[in-house]
Write a protein that binds this ligand. Structure first.
Ligand code: CP
Ligand code: NVA
Length: 264
């Protein structure tokens, strides 16, 4: 497990998933291997391919995880990049299905806030599973256009509706799922003050939640910046599924590993 950024959930859930399935996991911290600095990514990938059975990497630049995959002889799992967070998306899909059942086609999933890596994965998994996906984001914080093209292609098959708007109140009307994430992702820390201002109208609070479907669930990948993007009363209230969602990371990681090792 190569980490260029901090992690609680991804690190611990992958480690425990491996151990509970009878394997081992090794944590390589940001300072440890200097991916692409002490040694080229291509060389790291080829060396590790001889030692371990799979790699999980959390990186800044998405190209770095692609580069690892290009040179590795073993499966490479994206544990979050600036572009997307697919393992989170798997746990999120499990969480939505747990709450609404397998017949979830046609659900309305609304993401409020930054069109970031987590939003990309939620959009992709939503369209794949036939859920309608709406993002309400401020101007300048839209989803990556390439990611939107991918979603549009999937939606042609599944008939999911995609909706990109500015108004969070309009976005939550009829929403079965409200999802939010930090306003400032890892690597964007110098923009924090500016983002705090821009995203203030996008706070997921009790008023916004009351405008959604009465059985709406509120999701957050965590870590949450409480009383910024998500208020305490909502995070700890009856609509919140943030802790079962975090726990589902463990089960989803097992499924990902089982699939990659050819046992599921
Ligand atoms: N949601 C998530 O990926 O959390 P960590 O950054 O703690 O791994
Ligand atoms: N968007 C956040 C997710 C953290 C799990 C980030 O990239 O920092």
């Amino acid at each position: 497990m190569i980490f260029q950024k901090p992690s609680l959930r991804t690190r611990v859930s992958f480690d425990m998933a491996m151990r509970q399935c009878g394997g081992d996991a090794l944590y390589l911290s940001p300072n440890e291997i200097g991916l692409g600095q002490r040694e080229s990514i291509a060389d790291v990938a080829r060396v590790l391919s001889g030692y371990v059975d799979a790699l999980m990497a959390r990186v800044f630049a998405h190209e770095h995880v692609l580069e690892l995959a290009k040179w590795s002889a073993i499966p490479v799992i994206n544990g979050l990049s600036e572009y997307n967070h697919p393992c989170q998306g798997m746990a999120d899909a499990l969480t939505v299905e747990e709450n609404f059942g397998k017949k979830s086609k046609g659900l309305n999933v609304t993401f409020i806030g930054d069109g970031n890596n987590v939003a990309v994965s939620m959009m992709h998994v939503s369209t794949k599973l036939g859920w309608n996906f709406t993002l309400a984001s401020p101007e300048g914080y839209d989803l990556n256009p390439k990611a939107v093209e991918v979603a549009k292609d999937i939606a042609k098959e599944t008939r999911s509706k995609l909706n990109f708007i500015r108004d969070p109140h309009q976005a939550v009307k009829g929403a079965h799922v409200i999802y939010t994430d930090t306003w400032t992702s890892m690597g964007q820390e110098e923009e924090t003050a500016k983002r705090e201002k821009v995203f203030q109208p996008y706070q997921v609070n009790a008023k916004l939640v009351s405008e959604a479907d009465k059985d709406v669930i509120v999701m957050h990948c965590l870590p949450a910046h409480r009383n910024h993007e998500l208020t305490d009363d909502v995070a700890d209230g009856p609509h919140s599924v943030i802790f079962p969602q975090a726990h589902n990371r463990l089960h989803a990681q097992k499924a990902i590993l089982a699939r990659l090792f050819g046992v599921a």
